[in-house]
Design a protein around this ligand. Sequence first.
Ligand code: CP
Length: 290
Amino acid sequence: MENLISIKNLTNEDILKIMRMADGFEKKKIKSSVKDKNVCMMFFENSTRTRFSFEMAAHNLGLRVFNFDTQKTSLSKGESLFDTIQNLSSIGINCCVVRSKESIITSLLDTNMRFINAGEGTISHPTQALLDFYTIQKHFDDLTDKKVVIVGDIKHSRVAKSNAELLSRFGADIVLAAPDYFQDNSIKNVRYSENLNEELKDADITMGLRIQKERIEENIKFDDYIKNFQINSSNINKNTLLMHPGPVNRDVELSSELVNSSMGSVILEQAKNGVYIRMAVLDMIIGGKR
Ligand code: CP
């Protein structure tokens, strides 16, 4: 595997191998195979969890980390991204971790660089789905027939798309619960619902999503959204695993009370597990041998 672009490009065996490697790194049973290699963090969109966990993962593996300041490179002088990447490769960068507003990695695959998608517009966020699966595996032995309710702004969510692809392949029943203006009817192997309260009653896993105000063009009545689609103590099933990729809009998609409760602690577990998953992915893509 030379690049990680999408969950669609991974076999189930690839995914399980990443899980085993993440577990090995977490338990300190395996060592880095990429010490002293060079990785570049190329973030064209803002990030806290993904960026810092990739950087932490890289440092843990003994990688040298280079940050691509998008405002201070020769991209601003009109150099193409393709030429930029070719030059970074010649200088010695082995892999670029890329977050972007639109799909750019596929147009760069003819360069000598290796790539990891760290979140691509509304399209995909493979390492988030991998860390979510890793987190779920710590709470459930088997995903077969487990009901996963993904709630909210499905339309703009790369997390929902990558999770629907990955979790359905491991046997989960996925329900996308959202008002029609946030639905995306192109997602396969899922059921669509507008009845959040009914769906949450028997949800094994409840995954909230951030309302992505920066991507919303429609005129949405947020008060109505909160009334009908907020996850809170009045509709949550106390036995469900509550997840959210972050950042959370407190008291919009998720009540602050739930975030602060013991159920909300899984959200920080997700952030922590991101480090082990990203160690596994960096080691696999840059090392390429394990
Ligand atoms: N979950 C996630 O991608 O968060 P960041 O945007 O902070 O990286």
